[in-house]
Write a protein that binds this ligand. Sequence first.
Ligand code: BEZ
Ligand code: FE
Length: 305
Amino acid sequence: MTNSDEAVQAITDAAVDSFRDTADPRLRELLQGLVRHLHGYVKEVRPTLEEWEYAVEFLTAVGQKCDPTRQEFILLSDVLGVSMLVETLNEQGGGTESTVLGPFHVVESPERVSGDSIDLMGVGKPCVVSVRVTSADGTPLPGASVDVWQCTEEGFYDVQQPDVQPLGNGRGLFRTDGEGRLWFRTVVPSHYPIPTDGPVGELLGATSRHPYRPAHVHFIVEAEGHRPLTTHIFVADSPYLDSDAVFAVKDSLVVGFPEVDDAEAAREYGVTAPFRRADFDIVVEPETETEPANHNQNENEKDAR
Ligand code: BEZ
Ligand code: FE
């Protein structure tokens, strides 16, 4: 058979059609869309056999790099901008904007109460972060769970430095009070490089991309009857706000961490002056029965060809 357009198209059609009997219509859509777009990509860039073999080896290495504390596939999705795309397409609007989860979230953050410090090292300049959680109509949400994690002033998460930091440093699982509020003491996190000692780091190096993320604090907010929210606040004067390695910065999430040189305020929060402080109002969207917006299949077909 010659390498004619018809022969090439027949392969794509057969592969798409092979999923026609998938009982779950959503699974069918996901797989047929994947095949269409993957074939569209291959037709566009026409990899050589050696290049395709390299791609398979690369993905194998990504899988082999994964362990219980290292998720190289999430990292790959992050640096390709796919994590941010999925987050953003799943937003419904009306709430605080979302951003990537990243690979440093741990399943069980240590439970803490409002006013606690998540800085277990006790060195570094103090910072007070105050959070208020409301529903889209402005109603405060008491009892919402707020999972917080961040790196140190040196730019490392606890799990990256098990011999230096106690596990749980920079982390806390809080609940909002009767007014939907909580606050905690911490240090201002640094910008930091995403892990580069694996295949994703090789990819960045080979493409002259830097690995840095601007300084940020992560949040997962869950309130009854509301959509869970995964987001960050970004430190307003941080480097790399304009070139986050994982494309996760949204203007609405950039927050000032001004210095407060006020001894009385410092006493109130149990820190020393001067300290930095940040305030973050988080709005979560009420759950709806509506399914996430479904994409137009014809549009997808056009894109992939
Ligand atoms: C993070 O913010 O923890 C992160 C996000 C994406 C990739 C690497 C790290
Ligand atoms: Fe992070």
